[in-house]
Ligand binder design. Structure first.
Ligand code: ADP
Ligand code: MG
Length: 245
């Protein structure tokens, strides 16, 4: 069910870090941060009237190119908080871009389960409306397709579980050296011992000098928080509290 949430002020939000960009209370206001009108129009089509708190704070931070650790409860719209800046920053699909965007995948979204990867892939498709973004839900089958020469250079966004992506890296099917945006969603689970070494291998493979990292989670226990803060560079950390706490 959609989040029945009003403007950003309905939540208690803390934002910590150097030079935190001001939050934006409306999608319209995010234009000043570089959110394109066509994305705002898509949101209107969805019937979304206001950004949720994590979006109001998170979108300007990510559009400013900063690393982010965002903690916000389940159902508060974390997916759009990273997808909006991602689509804005990617500009245009690699396959049709007139500017040189380099060779290979530019954005990677890591999630702990296949089911979640599916959901996010669907959100990407909704948001991409009519534009030829190549968004790959990573699986054995897609990995095989990408192993064909040239295919992977036209991919804009990969959505994957850690295991699947690491397998592709180890098989040499994929390189992540042109990745500019790395998102870890449900980071508390990704930073758990089950996934940690795979995650570290993925992060180490993202060697581009202007790599932006964003971690999103509903909760972040102290141990995971420490690992998260070690992964990011000059980060801003936002915590969205529940309305009645
Ligand atoms: P989270 O990842 O924080 O658990 P989701 O990104 O899955 O939350 O979003 C929860 C629901 O809220 C989804 O159905 C989503 O489409 C909807 N949603 C997201 N942003 C908004 C918004 N600004 N206004 C209304 N509904 C929204
Ligand atoms: Mg989520």
């Amino acid at each position: 069910a959609p989040a029945q949430e009003g403007p950003a002020i309905s939540h208690r939000v803390s934002a910590k870090g150097k030079n935190v960009p001001p939050h934006a209370d409306t999608f319209e206001a995010m234009k000043a941060n570089g959110l394109p009108q066509r994305l705002i129009s898509n949101l209107e089509d969805f019937g979304y009237k206001h950004p949720t708190s994590v979006q109001a704070y998170g979108v300007p931070i990510l559009l400013a190119g900063r690393d982010l650790v965002a903690i916000s409860p389940t159902g508060t719209g974390k997916t759009l908080a990273y997808l909006l800046p991602l689509f804005a920053k990617l500009g245009s699909p690699a396959a049709s871009s007139i500017v040189d965007v380099g060779v290979g995948v530019r954005a990677v979204i890591i999630v702990p389960t296949r089911e979640l990867a599916h959901q996010i892939h669907n959100e990407c498709l909704k948001l991409a409306q009519g534009r030829k973004w190549k968004m790959v839900l990573f699986s054995k089958a897609t990995a095989n397709t990408l192993s064909q020469k040239g295919a992977r250079d036209k991919v804009d966004i990969i959505i994957s579980t850690p295991l699947r992506l690491v397998a592709a890296l180890q098989e040499g099917i994929l390189e992540l050296n042109n990745v500019r945006h790395l998102v870890l969603d449900e980071a508390d689970r990704l930073l758990d011992t089950e996934f940690l070494s795979q995650l570290q291998e993925i992060v180490a493979s993202c060697t581009h000098s202007s790599l932006q990292k964003a971690l999103f989670s509903a909760t972040l226990p102290a141990g995971a928080e420490k690992l998260a803060m070690e992964m990011v560079n000059d980060p801003i950390r936002i915590v969205v509290g529940l309305k009645d706490t």
